[in-house]
Write a protein that binds this ligand. Structure first.
Ligand code: PEP
Ligand code: MN
Length: 343
Protein backbone atom coordinates (compact mmCIF):
# COMPACT_ATOMS: atom_id res chain seq x y z
CA UNK A 1 0.00 0.00 0.00
CA UNK A 2 1.25 3.46 -0.89
CA UNK A 3 -0.02 6.57 0.87
CA UNK A 4 0.49 9.76 -1.12
CA UNK A 5 0.52 12.93 0.98
CA UNK A 6 -0.79 16.31 -0.20
CA UNK A 7 1.82 18.79 -1.45
CA UNK A 8 1.34 21.01 1.59
CA UNK A 9 1.26 18.17 4.13
CA UNK A 10 3.25 18.93 7.29
CA UNK A 11 5.83 16.66 8.89
CA UNK A 12 3.39 16.19 11.81
CA UNK A 13 0.78 14.84 9.38
CA UNK A 14 3.37 12.46 7.90
CA UNK A 15 4.32 11.32 11.42
CA UNK A 16 0.68 10.70 12.27
CA UNK A 17 0.32 8.36 9.26
CA UNK A 18 3.52 6.54 10.25
CA UNK A 19 2.32 6.09 13.85
CA UNK A 20 -1.10 4.90 12.69
CA UNK A 21 0.53 2.25 10.48
CA UNK A 22 2.91 1.13 13.23
CA UNK A 23 0.02 1.00 15.67
CA UNK A 24 -1.57 -1.59 13.35
CA UNK A 25 1.57 -3.74 13.35
CA UNK A 26 2.70 -2.49 9.93
CA UNK A 27 5.94 -0.96 8.73
CA UNK A 28 5.92 2.58 7.31
CA UNK A 29 8.59 3.76 4.90
CA UNK A 30 8.34 7.53 4.22
CA UNK A 31 9.70 8.40 0.75
CA UNK A 32 10.24 12.17 0.54
CA UNK A 33 9.94 13.51 -3.03
CA UNK A 34 10.62 16.85 -4.71
CA UNK A 35 6.91 17.73 -4.67
CA UNK A 36 5.39 15.59 -1.97
CA UNK A 37 5.99 12.70 0.40
CA UNK A 38 4.72 9.20 -0.16
CA UNK A 39 4.69 6.52 2.52
CA UNK A 40 5.13 2.87 1.58
CA UNK A 41 3.31 0.49 3.92
CA UNK A 42 4.35 -3.15 4.20
CA UNK A 43 3.41 -6.02 6.46
CA UNK A 44 0.21 -8.02 6.66
CA UNK A 45 -2.05 -5.75 4.62
CA UNK A 46 -4.88 -8.31 4.43
CA UNK A 47 -6.76 -6.75 7.30
CA UNK A 48 -5.93 -3.09 6.65
CA UNK A 49 -8.81 -0.84 5.72
CA UNK A 50 -7.52 1.94 3.37
CA UNK A 51 -10.24 4.28 4.68
CA UNK A 52 -8.39 4.42 8.03
CA UNK A 53 -5.62 6.28 6.23
CA UNK A 54 -7.65 8.14 3.64
CA UNK A 55 -9.42 10.08 6.38
CA UNK A 56 -6.21 11.31 8.08
CA UNK A 57 -5.40 14.97 7.46
CA UNK A 58 -2.73 15.63 4.85
CA UNK A 59 -3.41 12.41 2.93
CA UNK A 60 -4.15 12.77 -0.79
CA UNK A 61 -4.74 9.15 -1.78
CA UNK A 62 -4.16 5.55 -0.78
CA UNK A 63 -2.97 3.23 -3.54
CA UNK A 64 -3.32 -0.52 -3.06
CA UNK A 65 -0.10 -2.00 -4.34
CA UNK A 66 -0.45 -5.51 -3.01
CA UNK A 67 -2.64 -7.87 -5.07
CA UNK A 68 -5.94 -8.93 -3.58
CA UNK A 69 -5.13 -12.58 -4.35
CA UNK A 70 -2.70 -14.43 -2.18
CA UNK A 71 -2.48 -18.19 -2.74
CA UNK A 72 -2.63 -17.97 -6.54
CA UNK A 73 0.09 -15.33 -6.70
CA UNK A 74 3.75 -15.73 -7.54
CA UNK A 75 4.53 -13.85 -4.36
CA UNK A 76 3.10 -16.84 -2.52
CA UNK A 77 4.63 -19.45 -4.83
CA UNK A 78 7.30 -18.34 -7.32
CA UNK A 79 7.59 -21.70 -9.12
CA UNK A 80 4.93 -22.70 -11.65
CA UNK A 81 2.30 -25.18 -10.49
CA UNK A 82 2.18 -28.43 -12.43
CA UNK A 83 -1.21 -30.12 -12.33
CA UNK A 84 -1.39 -33.89 -12.71
CA UNK A 85 -4.51 -35.16 -14.47
CA UNK A 86 -4.46 -38.95 -14.57
CA UNK A 87 -0.71 -38.88 -15.27
CA UNK A 88 -0.85 -35.96 -17.75
CA UNK A 89 1.10 -32.99 -16.41
CA UNK A 90 -0.27 -29.53 -17.23
CA UNK A 91 2.08 -26.60 -16.67
CA UNK A 92 5.34 -28.45 -17.26
CA UNK A 93 7.54 -28.14 -20.35
CA UNK A 94 5.15 -30.14 -22.53
CA UNK A 95 2.11 -28.48 -24.10
CA UNK A 96 -1.10 -30.30 -23.24
CA UNK A 97 -4.08 -30.62 -25.56
CA UNK A 98 -7.59 -31.45 -24.38
CA UNK A 99 -9.82 -32.43 -27.30
CA UNK A 100 -13.16 -34.03 -27.98
CA UNK A 101 -16.76 -33.25 -28.73
CA UNK A 102 -18.70 -30.43 -27.11
CA UNK A 103 -21.21 -32.96 -25.75
CA UNK A 104 -21.21 -36.65 -25.09
CA UNK A 105 -23.99 -37.73 -27.46
CA UNK A 106 -23.59 -41.50 -27.36
CA UNK A 107 -20.98 -44.10 -26.49
CA UNK A 108 -20.30 -44.75 -30.15
CA UNK A 109 -19.83 -41.06 -31.03
CA UNK A 110 -17.57 -40.40 -28.02
CA UNK A 111 -15.38 -43.45 -28.63
CA UNK A 112 -15.05 -42.70 -32.34
CA UNK A 113 -13.95 -39.12 -31.74
CA UNK A 114 -11.75 -40.05 -28.76
CA UNK A 115 -9.82 -42.56 -30.90
CA UNK A 116 -9.29 -39.94 -33.59
CA UNK A 117 -8.06 -37.20 -31.26
CA UNK A 118 -5.82 -39.68 -29.47
CA UNK A 119 -4.32 -40.81 -32.76
CA UNK A 120 -3.54 -37.16 -33.55
CA UNK A 121 -1.78 -36.72 -30.18
CA UNK A 122 -4.39 -35.31 -27.77
CA UNK A 123 -3.53 -35.91 -24.12
CA UNK A 124 -6.97 -35.62 -22.53
CA UNK A 125 -10.54 -36.20 -23.70
CA UNK A 126 -13.24 -33.58 -23.22
CA UNK A 127 -17.01 -34.02 -23.55
CA UNK A 128 -19.90 -32.47 -21.67
CA UNK A 129 -22.38 -34.70 -19.85
CA UNK A 130 -24.09 -31.73 -18.19
CA UNK A 131 -24.41 -28.86 -20.62
CA UNK A 132 -24.98 -25.21 -19.69
CA UNK A 133 -27.13 -24.12 -22.66
CA UNK A 134 -28.39 -20.65 -23.44
CA UNK A 135 -31.80 -22.03 -24.33
CA UNK A 136 -33.71 -24.44 -22.07
CA UNK A 137 -34.93 -26.17 -25.24
CA UNK A 138 -31.42 -27.05 -26.43
CA UNK A 139 -29.81 -30.44 -25.70
CA UNK A 140 -28.93 -30.44 -22.00
CA UNK A 141 -26.53 -33.40 -22.03
CA UNK A 142 -26.92 -37.07 -21.14
CA UNK A 143 -26.20 -36.48 -17.44
CA UNK A 144 -25.09 -39.51 -15.45
CA UNK A 145 -25.29 -41.68 -18.55
CA UNK A 146 -22.82 -39.28 -20.19
CA UNK A 147 -20.41 -39.62 -17.27
CA UNK A 148 -20.59 -43.41 -17.53
CA UNK A 149 -19.84 -43.20 -21.24
CA UNK A 150 -16.80 -41.01 -20.55
CA UNK A 151 -15.50 -43.46 -17.96
CA UNK A 152 -15.97 -46.34 -20.39
CA UNK A 153 -14.19 -44.48 -23.19
CA UNK A 154 -11.32 -43.74 -20.81
CA UNK A 155 -10.96 -47.49 -20.28
CA UNK A 156 -11.11 -48.10 -24.02
CA UNK A 157 -8.63 -45.38 -25.06
CA UNK A 158 -6.50 -44.67 -21.99
CA UNK A 159 -7.34 -40.94 -22.26
CA UNK A 160 -8.12 -39.27 -18.94
CA UNK A 161 -11.35 -37.25 -19.13
CA UNK A 162 -12.31 -33.65 -18.39
CA UNK A 163 -15.99 -32.79 -17.99
CA UNK A 164 -18.06 -29.98 -16.57
CA UNK A 165 -19.93 -29.84 -13.28
CA UNK A 166 -22.70 -27.31 -13.88
CA UNK A 167 -23.91 -27.15 -10.27
CA UNK A 168 -23.32 -28.50 -6.77
CA UNK A 169 -25.96 -31.22 -7.26
CA UNK A 170 -23.85 -32.95 -9.89
CA UNK A 171 -20.40 -32.15 -8.56
CA UNK A 172 -19.91 -35.37 -6.60
CA UNK A 173 -20.91 -37.52 -9.56
CA UNK A 174 -18.61 -35.59 -11.90
CA UNK A 175 -15.72 -35.89 -9.42
CA UNK A 176 -16.39 -39.63 -9.11
CA UNK A 177 -16.22 -40.33 -12.86
CA UNK A 178 -13.92 -37.62 -14.26
CA UNK A 179 -10.17 -37.10 -13.92
CA UNK A 180 -10.60 -33.33 -13.98
CA UNK A 181 -13.65 -31.26 -13.06
CA UNK A 182 -14.43 -28.33 -15.34
CA UNK A 183 -16.07 -25.19 -14.00
CA UNK A 184 -17.57 -23.40 -16.98
CA UNK A 185 -17.46 -19.73 -17.91
CA UNK A 186 -21.03 -19.16 -16.69
CA UNK A 187 -20.13 -20.53 -13.28
CA UNK A 188 -16.80 -18.81 -12.76
CA UNK A 189 -18.31 -16.68 -10.02
CA UNK A 190 -20.57 -19.35 -8.54
CA UNK A 191 -18.82 -19.25 -5.19
CA UNK A 192 -20.76 -22.11 -3.63
CA UNK A 193 -19.75 -24.33 -6.53
CA UNK A 194 -16.15 -23.10 -6.35
CA UNK A 195 -15.92 -23.89 -2.64
CA UNK A 196 -17.30 -27.38 -3.20
CA UNK A 197 -14.97 -27.90 -6.15
CA UNK A 198 -12.12 -26.83 -3.90
CA UNK A 199 -12.93 -29.84 -1.72
CA UNK A 200 -13.77 -32.36 -4.46
CA UNK A 201 -10.39 -34.08 -4.50
CA UNK A 202 -9.92 -33.70 -8.27
CA UNK A 203 -7.94 -31.21 -10.34
CA UNK A 204 -10.14 -28.35 -11.55
CA UNK A 205 -10.21 -26.59 -14.92
CA UNK A 206 -11.56 -23.11 -14.26
CA UNK A 207 -12.78 -21.25 -17.34
CA UNK A 208 -12.75 -17.47 -17.43
CA UNK A 209 -16.20 -15.91 -17.32
CA UNK A 210 -17.10 -14.08 -20.50
CA UNK A 211 -17.34 -10.79 -18.59
CA UNK A 212 -14.62 -11.44 -16.03
CA UNK A 213 -11.43 -9.48 -15.56
CA UNK A 214 -8.14 -11.22 -14.87
CA UNK A 215 -8.43 -10.17 -11.23
CA UNK A 216 -11.89 -11.77 -10.98
CA UNK A 217 -10.59 -14.96 -12.62
CA UNK A 218 -7.69 -15.15 -10.19
CA UNK A 219 -9.95 -14.46 -7.22
CA UNK A 220 -12.27 -17.25 -8.37
CA UNK A 221 -9.24 -19.55 -8.45
CA UNK A 222 -8.32 -18.25 -4.99
CA UNK A 223 -11.57 -19.83 -3.71
CA UNK A 224 -10.42 -23.24 -4.94
CA UNK A 225 -6.97 -22.92 -3.43
CA UNK A 226 -8.37 -21.53 -0.21
CA UNK A 227 -10.36 -24.76 0.18
CA UNK A 228 -7.13 -26.73 -0.14
CA UNK A 229 -7.20 -27.60 -3.84
CA UNK A 230 -3.87 -26.57 -5.37
CA UNK A 231 -4.48 -28.54 -8.57
CA UNK A 232 -6.07 -25.74 -10.58
CA UNK A 233 -5.70 -24.91 -14.27
CA UNK A 234 -7.13 -21.70 -15.74
CA UNK A 235 -8.63 -21.40 -19.21
CA UNK A 236 -9.05 -18.31 -21.38
CA UNK A 237 -12.11 -19.01 -23.53
CA UNK A 238 -12.94 -15.62 -25.00
CA UNK A 239 -14.68 -12.59 -23.59
CA UNK A 240 -17.60 -10.46 -24.75
CA UNK A 241 -16.57 -7.44 -26.78
CA UNK A 242 -18.24 -5.26 -29.41
CA UNK A 243 -16.69 -7.41 -32.15
CA UNK A 244 -19.34 -9.50 -33.85
CA UNK A 245 -17.28 -11.45 -36.36
CA UNK A 246 -16.73 -14.11 -33.70
CA UNK A 247 -18.82 -15.44 -30.82
CA UNK A 248 -16.35 -14.03 -28.27
CA UNK A 249 -12.92 -12.43 -28.49
CA UNK A 250 -9.97 -14.60 -27.50
CA UNK A 251 -8.05 -12.41 -25.09
CA UNK A 252 -4.58 -13.68 -25.88
CA UNK A 253 -3.03 -11.01 -23.68
CA UNK A 254 -4.66 -12.71 -20.70
CA UNK A 255 -2.04 -15.46 -20.93
CA UNK A 256 1.08 -13.34 -20.28
CA UNK A 257 -0.95 -11.19 -17.87
CA UNK A 258 -1.91 -14.21 -15.76
CA UNK A 259 1.57 -15.70 -15.96
CA UNK A 260 3.10 -12.53 -14.63
CA UNK A 261 0.91 -12.63 -11.53
CA UNK A 262 0.14 -16.28 -10.95
CA UNK A 263 1.91 -19.64 -10.80
CA UNK A 264 -1.17 -21.48 -12.10
CA UNK A 265 -1.12 -22.99 -15.62
CA UNK A 266 -3.41 -21.43 -18.22
CA UNK A 267 -4.86 -23.00 -21.36
CA UNK A 268 -6.70 -21.36 -24.25
CA UNK A 269 -9.94 -22.56 -25.80
CA UNK A 270 -10.13 -21.11 -29.33
CA UNK A 271 -13.29 -23.13 -30.03
CA UNK A 272 -15.59 -21.34 -27.57
CA UNK A 273 -13.69 -18.10 -28.11
CA UNK A 274 -14.40 -17.95 -31.83
CA UNK A 275 -17.53 -20.05 -32.23
CA UNK A 276 -16.37 -20.59 -35.79
CA UNK A 277 -14.46 -23.54 -37.16
CA UNK A 278 -12.27 -21.54 -39.56
CA UNK A 279 -10.85 -19.42 -36.72
CA UNK A 280 -9.82 -22.31 -34.48
CA UNK A 281 -6.44 -23.13 -36.04
CA UNK A 282 -5.15 -19.55 -36.31
CA UNK A 283 -6.23 -18.78 -32.74
CA UNK A 284 -4.68 -22.02 -31.48
CA UNK A 285 -1.38 -20.93 -33.02
CA UNK A 286 -1.73 -17.52 -31.38
CA UNK A 287 -2.41 -19.13 -28.01
CA UNK A 288 0.77 -21.19 -28.21
CA UNK A 289 2.74 -18.17 -29.37
CA UNK A 290 1.73 -16.13 -26.31
CA UNK A 291 2.76 -18.89 -23.93
CA UNK A 292 -0.38 -20.87 -23.12
CA UNK A 293 0.31 -24.17 -21.38
CA UNK A 294 -1.99 -25.96 -23.79
CA UNK A 295 -5.28 -25.93 -25.64
CA UNK A 296 -8.84 -27.10 -25.36
CA UNK A 297 -10.31 -27.93 -28.77
CA UNK A 298 -13.76 -29.15 -29.81
CA UNK A 299 -13.60 -31.88 -32.43
CA UNK A 300 -16.47 -33.68 -34.15
CA UNK A 301 -16.42 -36.04 -37.10
CA UNK A 302 -20.01 -35.15 -38.07
CA UNK A 303 -20.29 -31.53 -36.95
CA UNK A 304 -23.50 -30.96 -38.91
CA UNK A 305 -25.14 -33.60 -36.72
CA UNK A 306 -23.60 -32.39 -33.46
CA UNK A 307 -26.16 -31.70 -30.72
CA UNK A 308 -24.22 -28.63 -29.54
CA UNK A 309 -21.62 -26.18 -30.87
CA UNK A 310 -21.41 -27.87 -34.30
CA UNK A 311 -20.29 -24.64 -36.01
CA UNK A 312 -17.10 -24.45 -34.00
CA UNK A 313 -16.16 -28.15 -34.03
CA UNK A 314 -13.21 -28.91 -36.26
CA UNK A 315 -12.93 -32.17 -38.19
CA UNK A 316 -10.45 -34.82 -37.02
CA UNK A 317 -8.23 -34.14 -40.06
CA UNK A 318 -8.11 -30.43 -39.15
CA UNK A 319 -7.24 -31.43 -35.60
CA UNK A 320 -4.30 -33.43 -36.99
CA UNK A 321 -3.10 -30.28 -38.78
CA UNK A 322 -3.55 -28.26 -35.62
CA UNK A 323 -1.39 -30.75 -33.71
CA UNK A 324 1.29 -30.67 -36.41
CA UNK A 325 1.38 -26.89 -36.25
CA UNK A 326 1.49 -26.95 -32.46
CA UNK A 327 4.44 -29.36 -32.65
CA UNK A 328 6.25 -27.01 -35.03
CA UNK A 329 5.59 -23.96 -32.85
CA UNK A 330 6.39 -25.50 -29.46
CA UNK A 331 10.22 -25.15 -29.61
CA UNK A 332 9.88 -21.46 -30.50
CA UNK A 333 8.27 -20.81 -27.12
CA UNK A 334 10.59 -23.20 -25.28
CA UNK A 335 7.95 -25.91 -24.97
CA UNK A 336 7.81 -29.46 -26.22
CA UNK A 337 5.14 -31.48 -27.95
CA UNK A 338 6.59 -34.87 -28.75
CA UNK A 339 6.21 -36.36 -32.20
CA UNK A 340 3.58 -39.05 -32.52
CA UNK A 341 4.68 -42.61 -31.87
CA UNK A 342 3.08 -45.23 -34.08
CA UNK A 343 0.13 -46.82 -32.25
C1 PEP B 1 -17.45 -26.19 -22.57
O1 PEP B 1 -16.21 -26.19 -22.56
O2 PEP B 1 -18.11 -27.20 -22.77
C2 PEP B 1 -18.17 -24.92 -22.33
C3 PEP B 1 -19.50 -24.90 -22.16
O3 PEP B 1 -17.37 -23.85 -22.32
P1 PEP B 1 -17.59 -22.39 -21.65
O4 PEP B 1 -17.96 -22.63 -20.23
O5 PEP B 1 -16.25 -21.76 -21.85
O6 PEP B 1 -18.67 -21.72 -22.44
MN1 MN C 1 -19.08 -26.41 -26.54
Amino acid sequence: MLIVMKMDATSEQVDRVVRKAEGQGLKAHPIPGAQRTAIGITGNLGVVEPAHFETLSGVLEVIQVSHPYKLVSREFQPDPTVVDVGGVRIGGPELVVIAGPCSVESHEQTLRIARKVKAAGAHLLRGGAYKPRTSPYSFQGLGLEGLRILARVREETGLPVVTEATDIDVLDAVAEYADMVQIGARNMQNYTLLKRAGRCGRPVLLKRGMNATITELLLAAEYLLDEGNRQVVLCERGIRTFADHTRNTLDVSAVPAVKRISHLPILCDPSHASGKRDKVLPLARAAIAVGADGLMIEVHDQPERSLSDGLQAILPEDFERLMEQARALAPMVERTLPALVAQ
